[in-house]
Design a binder for this molecule. Structure first.
Ligand SMILES: CC(C)(COP(=O)(O)OP(=O)(O)OC[C@H]1O[C@@H](n2cnc3c(N)ncnc32)[C@H](O)[C@@H]1OP(=O)(O)O)[C@@H](O)C(=O)NCCC(=O)NCCS
Length: 388
């Protein structure tokens, strides 16, 4: 295809919003066997990156029609094996091309233009996440743009249904002050891959509902901010982000079992509510969700503490008006996942994260990093709630 008529430019909220929303609707896709959760950005297509330190959305215009879109954000992070204190990374998301204009090189052009914006902003590494069976996306980034496989975290989704979990009386759950949460994260997770240097901004964001720690009753938690803090032998920590304030989800296409469950559950709700049957949320209407981030645990008995914290978040979610799922993302082969309550039908066992060095001199370091990345302990990955 000749590129004469194709223009790539920055998104203009004044004029492009309706067309971008329409494009999102037409581009909704999902692998055939799994559920498709459609994203409703509630009139703000750029909402998914708006909380990042630096962001950009590009559109592809062909004969006055918007035919493609891509978003990107930039931040400073730790990448453990890269021997540098901090690295500037660019995250690519939301690449969409209208179905009738696919395979004409538009997706490739959009991704290249975003990479140019990254380079102009001194970004060393670009990374993106996709479903591993999204052939178009995998081939575009790996075959055409030379990205390499970096991590395969699992996205774990748990429906929020009543009744609430019973909380063990042997475990204490304490909400940390923001300053204490920040110092705890910096102390225990700062060497984690993709740990954001501006963790303070995430914790202070109004979408961040808080950070909680759990430990066995009888042990004590001392404030790190006080300088002489200490931690119990076994403890776990999570933070919660209210993604539903930014955008809503809706089940557009689902495995039959899931649809039947949803419908049966509604039937049960309306006719047998007096029986107190645990109900499955109605996923067919738009709903919000909580994202659990910054999951950390220490000590041989801490798995149970993570489970308790997730149950605590679930109970909190049942009190929210429209939160119907709790989502978290953990390293693919991470033993942590067995402690996180989730529903297999809605979860994704292997999300694919790919990365690319944008400066030649960083290529070898990246190769070393990937080669030496532990495959059995991929917990060392911080999933930024601003990139969900
Ligand atoms: C993924 C997507 C953006 C690709 O856009 P596109 O404009 O069709 O891609 P391009 O024409 O630039 O293709 C570039 C290369 O990607 C690969 N590719 C793209 N579509 C492909 C497909 N359906 N099957 C296999 N490879 C494909 C090919 O290697 C292609 O090069 P080639 O045409 O020389 O073989 C588009 O299919 C889309 O919008 N999909 C739905 C949304 C989505 O899945 N986004 C990705 C989220 S990360």
């Amino acid at each position: 295809m000749g590129y004469g008529e194709l223009m790539i430019r920055s998104y203009d909220a004044q004029t492009d919003r309706p067309q971008v929303e329409d494009l999102e609707r037409r581009c909704a896709v999902a692998p055939s066997k799994r559920a498709l959760l459609f994203t409703d950005t509630m009139g703000d297509p750029i909402c998914r990156i708006r909380n990042s330190p630096l962001y950009n959305m590009l559109v592809a215009e062909l004969d006055n029609e918007l035919v493609g879109v891509i978003q990107g954000s930039i931040k400073l992070v730790t990448i453990r094996k890269l021997f540098k204190d901090l690295t500037k990374v660019g995250y690519i998301l939301g690449l969409r091309v209208t179905p009738i204009h696919r395979r004409k090189g538009i997706g490739l052009r959009l991704a290249q233009k975003l990479e140019e914006w990254f380079i102009a902003n001194d970004v060393c590494y670009a990374y993106m996440a996709t479903e591993k069976d999204n052939e178009a996306s995998v081939k575009l980034f790996i075959n055409k743009l030379s990205y390499v496989k970096f991590r395969t975290p699992a996205i774990l989704v748990n429906p929020v249904n009543k009744p609430m979990y019973h909380m063990s009386s042997k475990i204490d759950i304490v909400k940390l002050k923001i300053e204490e949460a920040e110092s705890t994260y910096r102390k225990f997770m700062a060497s984690t891959d993709l740990f954001p240097n501006d963790i303070n901004n995430i914790l202070r964001n109004k979408l961040s509902l808080g950070t909680w720690v759990a430990y066995q009753r009888g042990e004590t938690w001392c404030d790190f901010g006080s300088g002489n803090g200490g931690v119990p032998n076994n403890w776990a920590m999570v933070s919660v982000w209210n993604s539903g304030e930014l955008f809503k989800l809706k089940l557009e296409k689902a495995p039959l079992t899931c649809l039947i469950c949803t419908k049966i559950s509604r039937f049960i709700d309306s006719f047998f509510s007096c029986f107190k049957v645990p109900s499955i949320p109605d996923f067919l209407s738009p709903f919000g969700f909580y994202f659990i981030y910054g999951v950390h645990l220490e000590g041989p008995l801490s798995g149970q503490l993570v489970r308790t914290l997730c149950q605590f978040v679930h109970n909190m979610a049942t009190m929210s008006k429209d939160c119907k799922i709790v989502v978290t993302e953990v390293g693919g082969s991470d033993s942590l996942r067995v402690h996180i309550p989730h529903w297999k039908t809605l979860s994704c066992p292997e999300d694919l994260w790919c990365i690319k060095a944008l400066k030649n001199e960083d290529n070898n370091l990246l190769y070393e990093c990937i080669k030496s990345s532990p495959t059995t302990n991929t917990r060392a990955l911080f999933v930024d709630p601003r990139e969900v």
